[in-house]
Write a protein that binds this ligand. Structure first.
Ligand SMILES: [Zn+2]
Length: 437
């Protein structure tokens, strides 16, 4: 029901977005400007910043460390300057104190799979800041995400404009990374209609497409290593095309995501050297054997589970109840098998494609798949930070790292639903979301 609304809304948008694909030179400049601004350090208000003291919370500095009870975290100029308990950290005079007694503090979260495809994100360059802020709050900020990956934009220029406004400090929001999508000829998946993903004819064209998109500002490429094109038919990407994409993207230092759809899609993605699977594949796939997970591990493939998405697709496709139970059990089995084998999991929900923004069900389903609190926290923080080359910079609460933080109302170690109970979201030392507002 939700999706019908979304798709009706994006119908007109899709045409304009694709027309814009040919001219992305300006977007590239905007992206570079945004990167430059980020490097320059927007921080928490510059040198005049008196800083922020978060006092009294249970602090999970990383998934592997024991929590600090009654912790104190000091932030100045966007960076963490002290971490400890009340006895070991002195709060400087004049520093703003945020009382976090009874609350829980972790590093800011990453959502490695979302979309800005709803029509409300159009004209990101000119929408009033207050309007954009309310929309970012609703989908992202209120759930503690300080970093997001838009995993298949059809309007790169618009996403880069949104990023530029956030990085310029006009709108409080997350760091945004963005992937450009492509499918082989005839490979548009049925569920994106009436939108159309660029169709690429052969390996040579794929190389040119990757180069052009990355030059235009894309941070990654997303392929459909196999696509469900309707009526139960799955179209696989030729191996030489998948390999050409990976070689071209890696040459420019960018990762490749694959939407696998099926077992053959997983095999092509892994064999071609793709970095991340954008989903589990419970509709057309089997339980992942030790051979499959071993192969994924050997190729260092990361996985975004998108479990809640399958409940959404089951509803949308009117899947009979008995089949839906089999599909959900398969999704949990696939994630569980890979996590148990030691595979890297990156939290990702496909929110924005789904109009219901809450990540709570995703946490519950990850937990049901066998992931511990620590594993889920890792998928939200340390794993993506490391995967995207920012391990020294963010993803943990440590002196010298960027102050990307989340304050929760309850402890997710006792109930994973508390991952959604966000009181404050803090990015680069600035409160970008407060539940009280
Ligand atoms: Zn998606």
């Amino acid at each position: 029901m939700f999706l019908a609304v979304v798709l009706l809304g994006v119908g007109a948008f899709g045409v304009g977005a694709l027309m814009a694909q040919g001219r992305l030179g300006d977007a590239s400049k905007a992206g570079m400007a945004a990167a430059g601004m980020a490097a320059g350090g927007l921080a928490g208000g510059g040198s005049a910043d008196a800083g922020l003291a978060l006092v009294g919370a249970t602090v999970y500095t990383s998934p592997s460390a024991a929590p600090i009870l009654g912790g104190v975290v000091l932030v100045r100029d966007g960076k963490i300057t002290a971490v400890g308990d009340a006895r070991s950290v002195t709060i400087p005079k004049g520093m703003r104190v945020l009382d976090c007694k009874g609350l829980v503090l972790t590093a800011g979260f990453w959502n490695s799979h979302l979309h800005f495809i709803e029509p409300k994100w159009q004209h990101a360059d000119s929408l009033p800041a207050s309007v954009l802020k309310a929309r970012l709050d609703e989908m992202i900020n209120r759930y503690g995400f300080t970093h997001v990956f838009e995993l298949a934009t059809l309007d790169l220029k618009n996403v880069l404009a949104l990023r530029a406004r956030i990085e310029a400090g006009q709108v409080g929001g997350p760091a945004i990374l963005v992937a450009a999508p492509m499918v082989p000829a005839g490979g548009n998946p049925f569920y994106v209609k009436p939108l159309r993903i660029p169709e690429i004819a052969n390996a040579q064209e794929a190389t040119a497409y990757v180069n052009e998109q990355i030059r235009s500002g894309a941070d990654a490429i997303k392929i459909w290593s196999s696509s469900p094109i309707g009526n139960g038919v799955v179209k696989t990407m030729p191996m030489d095309m998948a390999k050409a994409v990976v070689v071209a993207a890696h040459r420019l230092g960018k990762p490749v995501f694959a939407h696998p759809s099926s077992d053959s899609g997983v095999a092509i993605a892994v064999e071609s050297g793709v970095d991340m699977l954008a989903h589990t594949e419970p509709f057309d796939g089997v339980a992942w054997t030790p051979e499959i997970t071993g192969n994924m591990l050997a190729h260092k493939v990361a996985l975004t589970p998108t479990l809640k998405l399958w409940t959404y697709e089951i509803m949308r496709q009117h899947v009979p109840a008995a089949d839906s139970l089999v599909i959900m059990a398969m999704a949990l089995k696939q994630l569980g098998a890979y996590a148990k084998a030691g595979g890297e999991v990156l939290f990702g929900t496909d929110v924005g494609y789904m109009a219901d923004y809450s990540p709570t069900l995703e946490y519950v389903l990850m937990s049901k798949a066998g992931l511990s609190f620590e594993a889920i926290l890792g998928a939200l923080t340390t794993a993506p930070a490391k995967r995207y080359g920012k391990a020294g910079e963010t993803g943990r609460i440590a002196v010298g790292t960027v102050a990307d933080l989340v304050v929760l109302a309850g402890d997710p170690k006792t109930d994973v639903k508390n991952f959604s109970e966000v009181v404050y979201t803090i990015r680069k030392g600035k409160i970008i979301y407060s539940r009280k507002n």
